[in-house]
Design a protein around this ligand. Structure first.
Ligand code: AGP
Length: 600
């Protein structure tokens, strides 16, 4: 996720682009840059860090057309060279998205004499447009985009010409008086205009000072509807959602799509990782894996244990990072550190401890260039985009996605998964984003349950095997944002103690999707019902039996048992959110908590 801006009009472009980029920093902030046509040539200025750092290095540039970018790195470290815009001859490009076939294109363009200076996928696009550019910029952009696999929202500058296009990444056009705008999101331009056109996939806009013309992929002109935005700026930053957490929950299909991009080849039954530096023979030799993490990342790691054990036959220990170094446990031959921020002090300390024992190391993180990425051999990025809400949501879902892919990949190399099974599982996995979208479109029951039980003092989340980590995550989410005491329990463990706490005042959320332990979970539900606990079941949409035993049911789409925890996750996130909202809690900034915990 990055932020892009374009401007053509009567005012000085640099000041407007910088101002608009500041409103997009929630989309990325590891580096930034602008390109302005100064009447003779395109001037490019870039800097590592935030827009404020870029501002300090920009000289006075006179020019009324330009583009800008604030970056959240996916390919290549966050530094000045990798910052956008990327140029090729007289073409400058800013891009948000992931070009999946950039390696192939890079090889081809290099053979044609193009020189690559950055590690980004975007530079391919600048060269490709340059390659096709004879006299018509629109034609060059259309030809280049026909070769791109993946997602993009782009703004292209060539002399004083400005072109924008999108596929699977957001882009809007703002219409002003004698000036027009391009932006990733509405807040960027709300100060200048409320008239907005939403670009659809595979549409291209030619942005002039007094007119914007829209084309399809065959360069046929198309008509677009102009919308008037009624939101204020604060609402616009959250895309109209009341909280960042809700917005980020809704971004999960998109986040998963990006996590999968360029990594899943379901027709061939292949998985490809860019940052994995483990050879097949090393993967075959792994005797044991240790996963170290904190909080929500620990819960992701806990599900990872089941995945690696079931799919690749490797024993896994999951360790709370702050305990690991004092437990004197000997780490496995591969240590996987999971951290959204890549800066959590406990996880870093545990990782260093494990490294000193000579094991191989791998990090799963969302932040390119974060400390953790500099201390491990291999890094796999979750590519969720920046997460603002303190409660981790979309980054958790993306961590799970990476763990599924890794476990499947290891399983195939170790001969535990046949090619056919791999293909089937990858097809099911690729359906998950659309299934989450379905869940997000039907929240009525969750909201109702939240309003009935908002005043409870204690909650239990129960599940078995793959659903147990999600029960832990549900309880953590609820505690963190609603301040209600909640316990996540392995359902079979209730009778060994906590059943004593169950009364009509302790609502129980039972994750009861179909699978190996379904009947056992139903028995555990009967145990708590016998103590008069109100029970909400998270169950399969085809399960017609479960309502006999519980008070309410939230249905999740049918998928393979192993993937169902991803769908149940969305339910527990929403449930926590709506309970916290009903209690008027400050959801995005819960008391006593910080987004990144950099002290041990
Ligand atoms: C989750 O909602 C919390 N914000 C917290 O538990 C978090 O997951 C934990 O602090 C670990 O952070 P990390 O993933 O950045 O390492």
């Amino acid at each position: 996720m990055c932020g892009i801006v374009g401007y053509k009009g009567k005012r000085q472009a640099a000041a407007i682009i910088i101002d608009s980029l500041k409103r997009l920093e929630y989309r990325g902030y590891d580096s930034a840059g602008i390109a302005i046509f100064n009447g003779k040539a395109i001037e490019v200025h870039k800097e590592k860090g935030r827009i404020i750092d870029l501002e300090k290095v920009i000289p006075d540039i006179s020019g009324t057309v330009g583009i800008g970018h604030t970056r959240w790195a996916t390919h290549g470290r966050p530094n000045k060279i990798n910052a956008h815009p990327h140029t090729s001859g007289d073409i400058a490009v800013v891009h948000n998205g992931i070009i999946e076939n950039y390696q192939q294109l890079k090889e081809r363009l290099s053979q044609s004499g193009y020189n690559f200076v950055s590690e980004t996928d975007t530079e391919v696009l600048a060269h490709l447009i340059n390659y096709y550019h004879k006299s018509d910029l629109i034609e060059a952009v259309l030809s280049a985009l026909k070769e791109i696999k993946g997602s993009y929202a782009i703004a292209v500058l060539c002399g004083n010409e400005l072109v924008a296009a999108r596929k699977d990444s957001p882009l809007i056009i703002g219409l002003g008086e004698g000036e027009n705008f391009v932006a990733s999101d509405i807040p960027a331009i709300l100060k200048y205009t409320r008239k907005v056109i939403f670009l659809n996939d595979l549409e291209v806009a030619y942005v002039d000072q007094d007119r914007v013309t829209f084309f399809d992929t065959e360069k046929r002109e198309i008509e677009k509807k102009v919308n008037t935005i009624e939101w204020n700026l604060e609402a616009a930053e959250k895309s109209g959602y009341e909280h960042f957490m809700l917005k980020e929950i809704h971004e999960q299909p998109r986040a998963l799509h990006d996590t999968f991009a360029g990594r899943i080849y379901e027709l061939e039954g292949n998985i490809v990782f860019d940052g994995l530096k483990l050879t097949e023979s090393r993967i075959k030799d792994i005797s044991r894996i240790s996963i170290i993490a904190c909080g929500t990342s620990y819960n992701a790691g806990f599900l990872g244990k089941y995945l690696f054990e079931q799919l690749s036959g490797i024993h896994v220990d999951v360790e709370i990072a702050s305990e690991f170094r004092y437990a004197h446990s000997s780490p496995g031959s591969l240590v996987i550190a999971i951290s959204q921020s890549g800066e959590t002090a406990d996880t870093l300390a545990a990782l260093r401890e494990a490294k000193s024992s000579g094991c191989r190391t791998l990090a799963i993180t969302n932040v390119t260039g974060s400390t953790i990425t500099r201390e491990v051999e291999s890094v796999i990025y979750t590519r969720s985009g920046p997460e603002i809400g303190v409660a981790a949501t979309k980054t958790f879902i993306s961590q799970l996605a990476v763990l599924y892919l890794l476990a499947l990949y290891f399983g195939k190399i170790r001969g535990k998964i046949s090619q056919d099974r791999m293909k089937r599982m990858l097809v099911s996995l690729k359906h998950i984003p659309a299934q989450i979208t379905r869940l997000l479109n039907d929240k009525e029951m969750i909201i109702k349950f939240a309003s009935v039980f908002k005043s409870s003092n204690d909650f239990f989340f129960i599940g078995r095997t793959l659903n147990y980590p999600i029960a832990l995550e549900g309880a953590l989410k609820l505690k963190e944002i609603s301040y209600i005491h909640a316990e996540g329990y392995a359902a079979g463990e209730l009778k060994h103690g906590p059943l004593a706490l169950i009364t009509q005042n302790t609502p129980v959320v039972a994750i009861a999707t179909k699978g190996l332990t379904y009947d056992k979970v139903v028995n555990n539900i009967k145990e708590v019902k016998a103590r008069e606990a109100p029970v909400l079941a998270i169950a399969d949409e085809k399960d017609s039996e479960i309502e006999k035993y519980v008070d309410s049911v939230i249905r999740v789409p049918t998928t393979e048992e192993i993937f169902s925890p991803v769908l149940s996750t969305v339910v527990v996130q929403l449930l926590s959110y709506y309970i916290a909202k009903a209690r008027n809690c400050p959801i995005d900034q819960p008391r006593n908590l910080a987004k990144s915990v950099t002290v041990e």
